[in-house]
Design a protein around this ligand. Structure first.
Ligand code: THU
Length: 138
């Protein structure tokens, strides 16, 4: 596990806006050029308008650099409580698609509970046969 990403995800999680679900999520990602961006979930009274933590972090990354390596995700850490059945919280379907947009076959997606126990995935594992296009990052 990337300890720095885990700490950043845990820290940003403490600032989530989740008064409706009370399910607090933090995500921190490292770009291929080594920079870190973090985001928490941002809910809304109009429920479908909420943002997931992963979406918030990707928005930070894309807003920050036009350098291609600064717009590719090397690794992501998601921190949240475990969900039903004790399963670690993994990105929702929409976030899997958004992560794919900025991922490569090397991208590592790690999903941890707040104690640091969890699981690691590739984007192909999270989104098998996913839709994508070549050179999507221009
Ligand atoms: N959520 C995330 O932010 N990331 C995930 O990986 C799963 C779900 C958020 C969305 C919503 O604010 C809350 O968790 C409950 O679904």
């Amino acid at each position: 596990m990337d300890a720095e990403l885990f700490e950043r995800a845990r820290d940003v999680r403490s600032r989530a806006h989740a008064p409706y679900s009370r399910f607090y999520v933090g995500a921190a990602l490292r770009t291929e050029d080594g920079r870190i961006f973090a985001g928490a979930n941002v809910e809304n009274a109009s429920f479908p308008e909420g943002w997931c933590a992963e979406t918030s972090a990707l928005g930070q990354m894309i807003s920050s650099s036009l350098d291609p390596a600064g717009r590719r995700v090397a690794s992501v850490v998601v921190v949240a409580d475990r969900v039903e059945g004790g399963i670690v919280c993994t990105p929702c379907g929409g976030c899997r698609q958004r992560l794919k947009e900025f991922s490569t076959a090397r991208t590592v997606i790690e999903c941890f509970d707040p104690t640091g126990k969890g699981q690691s995935f590739s984007i192909a594992e999270l989104l098998p046969a996913g839709f994508g296009i070549d050179e999507p990052r221009a």
